[in-house]
Design a protein around this ligand. Sequence first.
Ligand SMILES: [Zn+2]
Length: 91
Amino acid sequence: MNRCRECNSVMTKEETECLACGSVLDQKSGIDHVGKGFATLLSMMFFASAAITVASLFFDATPPFSKCAVCTLVLLVVKSSAAQMLNKEKS
Ligand SMILES: [Zn+2]
């Protein structure tokens, strides 16, 4: 369910224009959802990578610790920059 950004009245998903005040719904909302999904995916990958990194300290079956650590760091940087990007779009 959407809400009008101008007057905060309830809008259906099909409505692109507010019935109460006539302001056009921000079409970026679709991109927002993709961005959020991407950010969620990134954090899931980050936590998985972090878990494997910790596991690599104790188990031989996992990839080398150095590779895992680098991968986790890269994911952390990408994750935080994606979060920053999302916050910038909101404001
Ligand atoms: Zn409105």
